[in-house]
Ligand binder design. Structure first.
Ligand code: 5GP
Length: 183
C-alpha cells in the first residue's frame, strides 16, 4: 500500500501512529540525504545517507522510486526490503510523496494507492501558512504546490480524510488486511 497526499496533510504523523500501534504492519524505511532531526534514528525512521551513497543506490537499481522533495533533499524507497516483506506476505506500507507514488504505480500497478486528504482546503492552508514564519513569496509557492497536489486525488484508489489521526490510521490498516474495505 502506498500512502501519499499533499504537503502538510499529516502523512508522517499517520505513519508514526501505524508504526507505534500496529507492529504487524511493515513500514518501508526510506533513504534520504537530509540530516536527522532530534529523536530520529538511522535505520528506523530513515537511512541517512550522503549524496554519493544516494547516487550509488540509484545507479545500481536499489531504489524502487526516488524523488527530490520540496527542492531540498532526496528520498528513495529501498527495493529489496519491500520485495522481501511482500514475499513474506506482510502488510506492507510506503509513506512517500506524490512523485514517488507515481513511480511505484509504474513499477507495481497492483499496489493499493491511498490519498490522505485534509478535512478542508482552509484547514490545509492554515497548516501551511499558520506558523507565520514564511515570507509572502514562500507562502504563495506553498499554496500553489498544495493546489496542484490536491488535484492528484483522482489518480488514487482510495481517499482517507485526516480529520483524526487514530481513525485515519485504523482505516489504512483495515485496507491492508482487506482491500475491499474501501468505504
Ligand atoms: P520529512 O523530511 O518531513 O520526513 O519528509 C518529507 C517528505 O518526503 C514527505 O512528504 C514524505 O512523504 C516524503 N518521503 C519520505 N520518504 C520518501 C521516499 O522514500 N520517497 C519519496 N518519493 N518521498 C518520500
Amino acid at each position: 500500500m502506498v500512502l501519499a497526499g499533499p504537503t502538510a496533510v499529516g502523512k508522517g504523523t499517520v505513519a508514526s501512529y501505524v508504526r507505534e500501534h500496529y507492529p504487524d504492519v511493515w513500514l518501508s524505511v526510506s533513504a534520504t540525504t537530509r540530516p536527522p532531526r532530534p529523536g530520529e534514528e538511522d535505520g528506523r525512521h530513515y537511512f541517512f545517507v550522503d549524496e554519493p551513497e544516494f547516487d550509488r543506490l540509484e545507479r545500481t537499481g536499489q531504489l524502487l522510486e526516488s524523488a527530490t522533495v520540496h527542492g531540498r533533499a532526496r528520498y528513495g524507497t529501498p527495493r529489496g526490503p519491500v520485495e522481501q516483506a511482500l514475499l513474506q506476505g506482510r502488510p506492507t506500507m510506503l509513506e512517500i510523496d506524490l512523485q514517488g507514488a507515481r513511480q511505484v504505480r509504474q513499477a507495481m500497478p497492483e499496489a493499493l494507492f491511498v490519498f490522505l486528504a485534509p478535512p478542508s482546503w482552509e484547514e490545509l492552508v492554515q497548516r501551511l501558512v499558520g506558523r507565520g514564519t514564511e515570507s509572502e513569496a514562500e507562502r504563495a509557492t506553498r499554496l500553489e504546490t498544495a493546489r496542484t497536489e490536491l488535484a492528484a486525488v483522482s489518480e488514487f484508489d482510495v481517499t482517507i480524510v485526516n480529520d483524526d489521526v487514530a481513525r485515519a490510521a485504523e482505516h489504512l490498516v483495515s485496507l491492508m488486511v482487506d482491500p475491499r474495505a474501501k468505504d
